[in-house]
Design a protein around this ligand. Structure first.
Ligand code: AMP
Ligand code: MG
Length: 202
């Protein structure tokens, strides 16, 4: 497979859509790190993401959606505190875990009854997600245990020959992963610290 780095425009978005709808993967920029995206409804495509990365199949993936996507398509319940946090921090580097409706492939959450949802603020990510209008399961676009990529070239050095298209959105400003917040209980619980701090959430 030939790997191409492309600027984000109508042509590359159209090609990315074709790849994703055919069960392939596309790397795309976010404000934290580059992601390796697949259609969250497509179990084979999602499993392929694990395979490409050499990611253990008990480490669930985050689902990415555009800012106007109705997450009630994916999650069964959003508590009041989560609505306030979403208003304060989204789009942005905060991933929120909810009870899943179970409509995406079970491979995304490794069989858990929850789903991690993120709405990235990066303009290129928004363009990609909006164009597809699909939930995109995406871990960082690197081989497991390698450093998370913050440029298209960095993705290329890890995934050349393993991903068809890398959408080039320049250097990611964040460089570290999103904060993961469990929103399934009475109060939110930080599962992974990141750019949005516990103090900011409090
Ligand atoms: P990565 O894709 O490497 O940034 O990792 C995604 C992070 O989100 C990991 O720490 C996962 O454990 C966490 N995560 C994803 N889905 C869930 C979920 N359903 N419940 C709890 N944590 C999750
Ligand atoms: Mg990672």
């Amino acid at each position: 497979m030939q790997t191409r780095i492309l600027p984000i425009d109508e042509n590359s978005l159209k090609l990315s859509e074709k790849i994703i709808l055919n069960g392939g993967t596309v790397a795309f920029p976010t404000e934290t790190v580059y992601g390796l995206g697949a259609n969250a409804f497509d179990g084979l495509a999602v499993k392929n993401v694990f395979k490409i990365k050499g990611r253990p199949n008990d480490n669930p993936l985050i689902v990415h959606v555009h800012k106007d996507y109705d997450i009630l398509n994916l999650v069964s319940y959003v508590p009041e505190y989560a609505k306030s946090l979403a208003k304060a921090f989204l789009p942005g580097p905060l991933t929120m875990v909810y009870k899943s409706k179970g409509v995406v492939s079970s491979a995304v959450s490794c069989g858990l009854d929850t789903i991690a949802v993120r709405i990235p603020s990066h303009d290129g990510a928004q363009k990609f997600l909006k164009y597809l209008n699909l939930p995109i399961a995406a871990p960082s676009a690197n081989i497991s245990k390698h450093v998370s990529p913050v440029t298209a070239e960095h993705v290329y050095s890890d995934l050349d020959g393993k991903v068809e298209v890398i959408l080039d959105g320049g250097k990611c400003s964040g460089g570290i992963e999103s904060t993961v917040l469990d929103c399934t209980g009475e109060i939110p619980v930080v599962l992974r610290s990141g750019l949005i701090t516990r103090d900011m959430i409090a």
